[in-house]
Write a protein that binds this ligand. Structure first.
Ligand SMILES: *Cc1c(COP(=O)(O)O)cnc(C)c1O
Length: 435
C-alpha cells in the first residue's frame, strides 16, 4: 500500500516513508491511496474473532506486504496487549473504555503501534532513532511508555514544568532506559517551538536521526480504527448492530479513525463529534466556514485545539463535500461548567467517575439521542482514566476513583528529569552532549 498527501494525490510514498516523515513536504497529511475494504463476510462474523485477530486483519489491509505477516502479527500482539471494553450504563447507552493501556489514555493505541513499527523498520543496524516529542500531558506519557524498551529508539520528552498532573508527570519522568524527560520552564507552546526548531536545524539533523511522534502520523491513525471494529464485535455478540459513536475531539485523530473504519465497511449509523469551547469544527459544520482560532484553555485540556490538524483527513475521506459530512457527523460543544455537570450526572445516575473529556462525550451522546430518538446503541468513548485529571474533578466525586495498580506504584519511583530553560542553544547542546 502506498500513501498520498492530501495536498497532492500524485505524491506517493511507501508506508515506511510515511511513518518516518509524519508530514509530507507540501504540509498535507498522508492518506492510504485506496481505503482498504474489509471482506463483508469478516464483518458479518466479526464477533467470532478476538480483539488482536481483528486488529491484525485491519493492519494487514493497510500495510499489505510491507511487513511480512508473522512480523506484523507480533507487532500487533505486542502493541494491542490490553482490552477496550464496552460497558453498558443502561439498555442503550454504553461507554467504550480506551484507558486500559499503560498511560491510561487512548493515545496508547497509537503510540504503542507506532513505536513498534518504527522499531521494526529501524532494526537493520541503523543509527539510533531519536524521537522528540513536546507534550501538554497525555501524548508524552503514551509515547514514553509506548517506546520504553523498544530497541534502536530513544525518546526525549519536553513538558511544561508545573503544568501537567501528578500521574502524567510520573509517567513522563520515572522510566529511565531509553526515555529522557526535559522539564521546560515555560508553556506547552514553548516546548513545541523547541522541538520544531530542532527538526529544522540542519546541523543537528546531520548528527542525529530525528523523528517526531506526531499525532498525525499514519501509524497512529491506523491502530485507532481497531477499537471501532472491536466495539461492533462486542455489541454484535449481544445482538445489537446499530451504533452511534460519540467521540470527544480535539485534534480529530480519534474520530478520524472512526470515520476511516466506516469507510472500510464498518456499519456505523452516525458519528457525533463532542468538543469543548474550542469549536472550530462545530462552527464549520454549521456555516461551512473553516475558521481556526487560537486555542482556549479548558478542563478537558487534551482537547484544547484551535486548529485540528486531522480535519483535512476527514475532509479528504468525504471528498471535501460538506453535505456528505453533515449527513454522517453531528457536533456539540460544551463549556467547563457543563463539563462539570456532566461528570456529576454520570456519577449520580450511574456511579461512573469519568474524566472531563469523557463527560463531554457523554453530554453530546445524550443531546444526539434527544435530537434523533431511536433504537440504536449510543457508544461514547472514554479517552482517559479519571486519575489523570484530579484537578478537574470535584473532590466529592474524585474520592471514588479507583487508582489503577500501576498508578499507585508510580508514586514510589524516583523522578528523573532535566530542567531546561526556554532556550534553543541549551536544548541543542543537551542533545549533542548526551548523544
Ligand atoms: C488526545 C485526547 C483527546 C483528543 O483526541 P483527538 O484525537 O486529538 O481528537 C481526547 N481525550 C483525551 C484524554 C486525550 O488525551
Amino acid at each position: 500500500m502506498q500513501f498520498y498527501s492530501t495536498n497532492n494525490k500524485a505524491l506517493r510514498v511507501s508506508f515506511q516513508e510515511a511513518v518516518f516523515n509524519s508530514l509530507p513536504e507540501d504540509k498535507g497529511l498522508y492518506m492510504p491511496e485506496a481505503i482498504p475494504q474489509l471482506d463483508p463476510y469478516f464483518i458479518k462474523n466479526i464477533q467470532q474473532y478476538s480483539f488482536q485477530e481483528i486488529a491484525f486483519t485491519i493492519a494487514k489491509a493497510f500495510i499489505g506486504d510491507d511487513i511480512p505477516e508473522n512480523d506484523l502479527k507480533e507487532i500487533v500482539n505486542e502493541a494491542i496487549n490490553f482490552d477496550a471494553p464496552v460497558r453498558f450504563l443502561d439498555a442503550e447507552t454504553a461507554v467504550l473504555e480506551l484507558f486500559h493501556g499503560p498511560s491510561y489514555a487512548f493515545k496508547d493505541f497509537g503510540a504503542r503501534f507506532m513505536s513498534r513499527i518504527m522499531g521494526y523498520f529501524s532494526q537493520k543496524g541503523d543509527q539510533l532513532l531519536d524521537v522528540l516529542v513536546a507534550t501538554s500531558g497525555d501524548t508524552g506519557g503514551a509515547v514514553a511508555l509506548g517506546f520504553l524498551g523498544v530497541e534502536g529508539t530513544r525518546v526525549t520528552i519536553l513538558y511544561p514544568k508545573g503544568k501537567v498532573s501528578k500521574v502524567q508527570e510520573e509517567q513522563l519522568t520515572t522510566n529511565g532506559q531509553n526515555i529522557r524527560a526535559l522539564e521546560v520552564e515555560g508553556t506547552f507552546d514553548d516546548c513545541q517551538a523547541l522541538v520544531k526548531q530542532a527538526f529544522n536545524d540542519k546541523e543537528l539533523n546531520g548528527v542525529l536521526r530525528l523523528t517526531s511522534a506526531n499525532s498525525i502520523n499514519i501509524a497512529r491513525l491506523i491502530p485507532q480504527t481497531f477499537y471501532y471494529f472491536w466495539t461492533y464485535a462486542q455489541l454484535k455478540s449481544q445482538g445489537m448492530d446499530e451504533i452511534v459513536f460519540t467521540v470527544p475531539s480535539g485534534n480529530f485523530g480519534n474520530i478520524g479513525a472512526g470515520l476511516l473504519a466506516y469507510k472500510m465497511g464498518l456499519p456505523v449509523s452516525h458519528f457525533v463529534a463532542a468538543t469543548n469551547v474550542n469549536d472550530t469544527v462545530p462552527r464549520f459544520l454549521k456555516n461551512g466556514q473553516y475558521e481556526p482560532k487560537p486555542s482556549v484553555q479548558t478542563l478537558a485540556n487534551a482537547m484544547d485545539v484551535g486548529n485540528p490538524s486531522n480535519w483535512v483527513r476527514i475532509q479528504d475521506l468525504f471528498d471535501q463535500d460538506l453535505a456528505q459530512l453533515k449527513a454522517k457527523i453531528t457536533s456539540y460543544t460544551y463549556n467547563d461548567q457543563e463539563t462539570v455537570q456532566g461528570m456529576e450526572e454520570l456519577f449520580e445516575k450511574y456511579k461512573y467517575v469519568a474524566c472531563p473529556h469523557t463527560a463531554i462525550a457523554y453530554l453530546a451522546s445524550k443531546a444526539y439521542r434527544l435530537d434523533q430518538p431511536g433504537h440504536y446503541a449510543s457508544v461514547f468513548l472514554s479517552t482517559a482514566h479519571p486519575c489523570k485529571f484530579p484537578e478537574a474533578i470535584k473532590p466529592e466525586v474524585y474520592q471514588y476513583v479507583k487508582l489503577p495498580e500501576g498508578a499507585s506504584l508510580l508514586a514510589d519511583k524516583e523522578k528523573q528529569a532535566t530542567e531546561m530553560p526556554v532556550d534553543y542553544q541549551t536544548f541543542k547542546t543537551y542533545l549533542l552532549v548526551n548523544n
